[in-house]
Design a protein around this ligand. Structure first.
Ligand code: IVH
Length: 676
C-alpha cells in the first residue's frame, strides 16, 4: 500500500474508532463487538508502528486508559499496573507463542498457567507488616483512586495476612493485584432489593461494582456485596514464589480468594489451548462473570525477561471467548399474546450462528424498546445470546442503514382474537383488551396447572391445548369437571394415565389457598404476594370483597397490584370462574393455620425424605407425616425410623441402607398412616 492510502486508511480507522468509543462510553450503545473494536484498533496500531509519522495527537492509540475520579484521593502505584493483549482464536494464541519464542532460546520449554479473566475491575491492595494499608483502583496504570475504606467492606479482602494463623509469614510489604466483582447471585439479590424498594434496577454488574467501589460513603459500598479475587503480586519486600502457579497457591494460603475451580497449569501449549477453547462452554457455570481466560507463562523470571509492549506484558495473553453477539438482518416482527394479555414482539431474523447455535428468532422485549431504539424492518441488528438467556436484539446498526428500512408497525388489534389493543400506563407494553381472548385463556390455563401454581401433574402445555381445542374445557375451572371418560378417547391417554391425572386434579382442589390465588395469574400477584393476601384475608371471598383501599393496607401490596386485584375480581368472567371452582369443591379458605393432628400413628417416629415421590410433593409428604405425629429431619442417622424414598434418591438412601434403616415408598408411607 502506498503511504497515501495508508494515511487515508489510518484517518478512516481513527474516525471510526472515535465514534465507537463515544457510543460505548457515552451512549452505552455500542454497535460493534469488542472483538471488532480490537481488530480496528490493532489495524491502526500496526500502521502507526510501521509509519510513526502518521500518528496524530488525537489518535485513539495515544489515549492512556484511565478511570480516575476527580473527587477521590490518589495513590501512586509502586509499579505500572499493566493490561493484557487479546487473542480470539487458537491461531492468535499460537501467534503469541511465536512472537515470544523469538525472544527466547530456541529450545525453551514453557509451562502455562490458565486463569479466569474476571469481568470486574482491577484493585491493588497494599499490606505493611501484614496489615492492609491501602487499596486503589487501576486509574491510569500509574496513579489510582484511593478506595481503602470501601475495599475494607469487602469480606474477601483480608484486613490482615496471613488471615489464618497456619498461613505463611507475610513479607514486610506486599502489594497484590486482583479483581473486584459481583457474584451473579449477589448482583441478582441486589436488584431484587432495588425492585422491592421501588428503585431503578442496575443494568450491568461490572459498572455497578465500579460505582460501588468508588462511593464516597463506605456505608453504601457495604450494602453492595462485592467479592475480590486475587491473581498477582505487584511488589514484595521479602521472598515470594518464582512461578505464577505457586503465587496463586501462596496468595490462597495468605488468605486471598483465588479462582481454584478454573486455574490449571500445563507443560505444553496444545493442552493449554485445548483447555482454554473448551472452557467457553462452561463459562456460565461459574458463580461470577468471565469474558475469557488468561494464559500466563508460569516462570515469573521468564515473564519478566519477556518485558512489555506498550501496556501489555508479553508473558501473558487474554483469550477472549467467541463473541456472543452477531449482526444480522431483521426481517419481520411477530407479536405473541401472554397470559395477562401483554403482546410481546419477537424478531424474525436472517439465520445467524452465535456461539455454535443458529439463531433465527430473538426477543425484542417490548414495544417501548422498538420505539426507543428506533428498530426498523430491514435493519442490520446486533443480536446477543449469552448462556441460557433467550437471544435478544441489542439494537440497530445505524451506519448500515440504506434508507429502505421501514418502521415496525404497532398492532392495533390482537393478532389472535382481533380485539383492540391498549397501552399500559407506562406505555411500555401493549395488551389485548379482551379477557376472553382464546390465547390468553390458554396461557392462563397452562399457568394454572403448572408446577409453581396448582401443580397438576400429568397435564402440560400440550394437554391443555388439546383439551381446549376439543372443547372439553373452556377455562381454568373446567379442569375440575373433567371425567375419566373425557380423557380415554384422547391420544396418549390410557387408563393409567387418565387415572393418574384424575388423582392429581382431585389433589389440586386442596392446595393451600395462596397457591390457588397465585395460580389465578392476576397481574402483580406472585406467590409471595399471594401469601401476604392469605395472611390478611384468610379466604378467597374476603379477598374478592376487598376494596382497593383495603388492599393497599396489606403489607407487600402496592397501589398497582391493589388496582389489578380489584379489577380482576370485578370482571364477570372471573366471578363466574370462582363460582365454578366453589361448585367443584375447590378449597377457597385458608386451612393451613388450623392446628391439625389427624392421628398420632407416627408419634415418636423420625422420617427422612429423599428423591421424587410418584404423587406427593415433598411438602405434602412432610405435612402428612407431621399431621400424624411424626417428625421429618434432613439427615439420616441411627435415630431415623424410616427413610421415604422416591425416584432418583440421593446419598441418603445409601446411608440408610448402610445403617439398616427401613425404607418406605410412597404407598408404604400412606399405608402406615391409613392402615389399621
Ligand atoms: S493479569 C501483569 N490476570 O483483564 C498482569 N488480568 O484485559 C496483567 N483481568 O487489566 C493482568 N482477570 O484487570 C490478569 N486473571 C487475570 C485477570 C486479569 C481479569 C483483567 C485485568 C486487566 C484486564 C486486561
Amino acid at each position: 500500500m502506498s503511504i497515501e492510502s495508508l494515511s487515508e486508511r489510518a484517518a478512516e480507522l481513527r474516525s471510526a474508532l472515535h465514534e465507537h468509543i463515544y457510543r460505548y462510553n457515552v451512549l452505552s450503545d455500542p454497535i460493534i463487538t469488542d472483538a471488532e473494536y480490537d481488530a480496528l484498533l490493532n489495524e491502526l496500531r500496526e500502521i502507526e508502528t510501521e509509519h510513526p509519522e502518521l500518528i496524530t495527537p488525537d489518535s485513539p492509540t495515544q489515549r492512556v486508559g484511565s478511570d480516575l475520579s476527580s473527587d477521590l484521593p490518589k495513590v501512586q502505584h509502586p509499579r505500572s499496573i499493566l493490561s493484557l493483549s487479546n487473542a480470539y482464536s487458537e491461531a492468535d494464541i499460537r501467534a503469541w507463542r511465536q512472537r515470544i519464542g523469538r525472544l527466547l532460546p530456541e529450545d525453551a520449554q514453557l509451562e502455562y498457567v490458565v486463569e479466569p479473566k474476571f469481568d470486574g475491575l482491577t484493585v491493588v491492595l497494599a499490606y505493611e507488616n501484614g496489615i492492609l494499608v491501602n487499596a486503589a483502583t487501576r486509574g491510569n496504570g500509574e496513579v489510582g483512586d484511593d478506595v481503602t475504606p470501601n475495599a475494607r467492606t469487602i469480606r474477601t479482602v483480608p484486613l490482615r495476612i496471613p488471615a489464618a494463623s497456619s498461613g505463611p509469614d507475610a513479607p514486610a510489604r506486599l502489594v497484590v493485584r486482583g479483581e473486584v466483582l459481583f457474584l451473579k447471585q449477589d448482583f441478582q439479590a441486589l436488584n431484587t432489593r432495588m425492585r422491592e424498594e421501588g428503585l431503578t434496577l442496575f443494568a450491568n454488574a461490572r459498572n455497578t461494582a465500579s460505582g460501588a467501589l468508588k462511593q464516597k460513603d463506605a456505608r453504601i459500598t457495604a450494602e453492595r456485596p462485592l467479592t475480590m479475587y486475587c491473581y498477582n503480586i505487584v511488589v514484595a519486600d521479602g521472598a515470594v514464589p518464582d512461578t505464577q502457579w505457586k503465587t496463586l497457591q501462596y496468595l490462597r494460603e495468605l488468605g486471598f480468594l483465588t479462582a481454584d475451580e478454573v486455574i490449571r497449569c500445563f507443560d505444553n501449549l496444545d493442552d493449554t489451548i485445548e483447555y482454554a477453547l473448551g472452557y467457553a462452554e462452561h463459562r456460565h457455570d461459574l458463580t461470577y462473570e468471565i469474558d475469557g481466560l488468561v494464559i500466563k507463562v508460569n516462570s515469573l523470571a521468564t515473564a519478566d525477561e519477556l518485558g512489555v509492549v506498550g501496556k501489555d506484558p508479553r508473558g501473558a495473553v487474554a483469550y477472549k471467548f467467541p463473541a456472543e453477539e452477531a449482526t444480522t438482518k431483521l426481517r419481520d416482527v411477530v407479536w405473541n399474546v401472554g397470559r395477562t394479555g401483554v403482546l410481546t414482539p419477537t424478531a424474525v431474523l436472517d439465520p445467524v450462528p452465535i456461539g455454535g447455535v443458529i439463531v433465527k428468532q430473538a426477543s425484542l422485549h417490548n414495544y417501548d424498546l422498538i420505539a426507543s431504539k428506533d428498530i426498523r424492518l430491514g435493519d442490520s441488528v446486533v443480536v446477543k445470546r449469552s448462556g441460557d438467556v433467550i437471544p435478544y436484539v441489542v439494537g440497530p446498526v445505524l451506519p448500515a442503514r440504506t434508507g429502505e428500512e421501514v418502521p415496525v408497525a404497532l398492532p392495533e388489534v390482537c393478532p389472535v382474537c382481533g380485539s383492540p389493543v391498549a397501552r399500559d400506563e407506562d406505555e411500555v407494553a401493549l395488551y389485548c383488551t379482551n379477557p376472553a381472548c382464546p390465547e390468553r385463556i390458554a396461557r392462563n390455563v397452562e399457568y394454572f396447572v403448572s408446577r409453581g401454581a396448582l401443580d397438576i401433574d400429568g397435564l402440560g402445555e400440550r394437554g391443555v391445548r388439546l383439551l381446549l381445542d376439543l372443547g372439553l374445557i373452556h377455562d381454568e375451572a373446567d379442569i375440575f369437571y373433567i371425567k375419566p371418560d373425557d380423557l380415554l378417547p384422547l391420544e396418549g391417554f390410557g387408563e393409567k394415565r387418565a387415572a393418574n391425572l384424575m388423582t392429581s386434579i382431585e389433589r389440586a382442589k386442596h392446595r393451600p389457598l395462596a397457591r390457588l390465588i397465585a395460580a389465578l395469574g392476576i397481574r402483580g400477584v406472585g406467590s409471595t404476594t399471594a401469601e401476604d393476601l392469605v395472611e390478611h384475608f384468610h379466604s378467597l371471598d374476603a379477598l374478592a370483597a376487598a376494596s382497593v383501599k383495603d388492599l393497599v393496607g396489606v403489607d407487600g401490596v402496592g397501589p398497582r397490584t391493589a388496582q389489578s386485584l380489584a379489577e380482576w375480581f370485578a370482571e364477570p368472567r372471573n366471578k363466574a370462574l370462582i363460582e365454578k371452582l366453589r361448585a367443584a369443591g375447590v378449597e377457597l379458605v385458608d386451612t393451613s393455620a388450623k392446628p391439625v393432628n389427624d392421628s398420632d400413628k407416627l408419634a415418636g417416629m423420625t422420617f427422612v425424605l429423599t428423591g421424587t415421590l410418584p404423587s406427593l410433593t415433598r411438602t405434602e409428604a412432610s405435612e402428612i407425616i407431621q399431621r400424624n405425629g411424626g417428625k421429618v429431619t434432613d439427615s439420616v442417622s441411627k435415630k431415623t425410623s424410616y427413610v421415604v424414598a422416591g425416584d432418583a434418591p440421593g446419598s441418603k438412601l445409601d446411608k440408610a441402607q448402610k445403617l439398616g434403616i427401613s425404607i418406605l415408598d410412597e404407598a408404604a408411607l400412606l399405608e402406615l398412616v391409613n392402615g389399621e
